[in-house]
Design a protein around this ligand. Structure first.
Ligand code: GTP
Ligand code: MG
Length: 455
């Protein structure tokens, strides 16, 4: 059994123990329930030993140890690390952040602490760069995503066939300490938006940081103003539970002190003959653990000593349950079917399988139709192209044929011209020869005549 389950069981036991004093109407309710469930109530003749069950559970959970995860949301340098150091009275050695990060991110660090024989695995998650960007729209989304991621990791573990929740490191955030600047004015829009987006996911305890920077009268007014702003904006902060009679009174009175005005310091200062945690100023000393100086003790008392288990339980039964329900509904699981009949997991699974199968078939059919349609369209385009090509080919063939005929015609004409030319040429040659022959004899006669004249 996981330590959280054990402690829940223990809480239930102590709850039942305190109910030893419960009213007769409650008892009769229980009796009625027993009757309805058809369970007989018997008295035993002697001791058998199962009364040690709570002790067994305590021993086992002490052996396993506990885990607690704190998320500190607040501007850079508002005093987150100092307050955590002061709360757990140790130096966690957290380094300072710069004001120049482009985005908000979360830094988680896990520590092992021990007080007497109780081991506590404490994870402190700090915002880094919160409120430093000019555009603050995306400031709270990383915080929401971080919280959801831890729920998702737990859900995935729960849904595994081979679960190991027994030694699973539960990283779900049990409490968010929301640090408010001691301005004395009102809540910043960023504070309201951030708390509003976180309130259904985590137990928010708002604290006024560096409360030594605000006067006592201003602080009272500031507290009232903050609470009225939270109420008017519908922000749900964590209320210390009042259902357990042993702590109902103190918790109810502490609910009236919210938001706690805190001062943090690990510095030891001598006051009287005692060393106390304090902040020393030229004009005096602010004692961290002095209830007339600040609400640090109230916060430590409520967070660690009285309500740590309730914070763990609320995280599991309220916030995680909501996340789980929404996630499973998103996945198609439901408890009630049509006509408000309960639906088993098997039935939901079968229905979902059918739905997915039907959807797949519908998609396949759609794709087939689309494929056929596309093939038809492509075929029509190709046929059109083929027709165009054929027409082009026929046209070219015709042109080619006509060209050939024209060329044939021209060739014939040319041949005829060549023949005519050859004939003319032959006639010319005959004529030329005859002419040369005739002119040759005339020349000889003239030469002879000339020669005879000279002699
Ligand atoms: P980052 O992690 O860098 O964002 O800062 P942080 O929010 O963890 O603040 P841190 O605890 O480092 O404190 C920043 C400064 O504020 C230090 O100089 C602290 O001494 C001082 N400081 C812390 N708590 C208080 C307080 O209650 N009152 C006053 N006046 N100063 C404080
Ligand atoms: Mg810090």
């Amino acid at each position: 059994m996981a330590s959280s389950e054990v402690s829940r069981h223990l809480l239930f036991q102590s709850h039942m123990a305190t109910k030893g004093t419960c009213t007769s109407s409650q008892l009769s309710d229980d009796e009625q329930k027993v009757k309805r469930e058809n369970v007989r109530s018997l008295s035993m003749c002697g001791h058998v030993g199962f009364e040690s069950l709570p002790d067994q559970l305590v021993n086992r959970s002490i052996q396993q140890g506990f885990c607690f995860n704190i998320l500190c949301v607040g501007e850079t340098g508002i005093g987150k690390s100092t307050l955590i150091d002061t709360l757990f009275n140790t130096n966690f050695e957290d380094c300072e952040s710069s004001h120049f990060y482009p985005h908000v991110r979360l830094k988680a660090q896990t520590y092992e602490l021990q007080e007497s024989n109780v081991r506590l695995k404490l994870t402190v998650v700090n915002t880094v760069g919160f409120g430093d960007q000019i555009n603050k729209e995306e400031s709270y989304q990383p915080i929401v995503d971080y919280i959801d991621a831890q729920f998702e990791a737990y859900l995935q573990e729960e849904l595994k066939i081979k679960r190991s929740l027994f030694n699973y490191h539960d990283s779900r955030i049990h409490v968010c300490l929301y640090f408010i600047s001691p301005t004395g004015h009102s809540l910043k829009t960023l504070d309201l938006l951030t708390m509003k987006s976180l309130d259904s996911k985590v137990n928010i305890i708002p604290v006024i940081a560096k409360a030594d920077a605000i006067s006592k009268t201003e602080l009272q007014k500031f507290k009232i103003k903050l609470m009225s702003e939270l109420v008017s904006n519908g922000v749900q902060i964590y209320q210390f539970p009042t259902d357990d009679e042993t702590i109902a009174k103190i918790n109810a009175s502490m609910n009236g002190h919210l938001p706690f005005a805190v001062v943090g310091s690990m510095e030891e200062v001598k006051v009287g003959n005692k060393m106390v945690k304090a902040r020393q100023y030229p004009w005096g000393v602010v004692q961290v653990e002095n209830e007339s100086h600040c609400d640090f003790v109230k916060l430590r008392e409520m967070l660690i000593c009285t309500n740590m288990e309730d914070l763990r339980e609320q995280t599991h039964t309220r916030h995680y349950e909501l996340y789980r329900r929404c996630k499973l509904e998103e996945m198609g699981f439901k408890d009630m079917g049509p006509e408000n009949k309960p639906v088993s997991l098997q039935e939901t699974y079968e229905a979902k399988r059918h739905e997915i199968y039907g959807e797949r078939q519908r998609k396949e059919e759609e794709m087939k139709q689309m494929f056929v349609q596309r093939v038809k369209e492509k075929e029509a385009i190709l046929k059109e192209a083929e027709r165009e090509l054929q027409a082009k080919f026929e046209h070219l063939k015709r042109v080619h044929h006509e060209e050939r005929l024209k060329l044939e015609e021209k060739r014939k004409l040319l041949e005829e011209e060549i023949i005519a030319f050859s004939r003319k040429k032959a006639a010319c040659e005959i004529y030329q020869n005859q002419y040369f022959a005739a002119s040759g004899s005339t020349l000889k006669k003239d030469k002879d005549r000339k020669n005879s004249n000279y002699m």
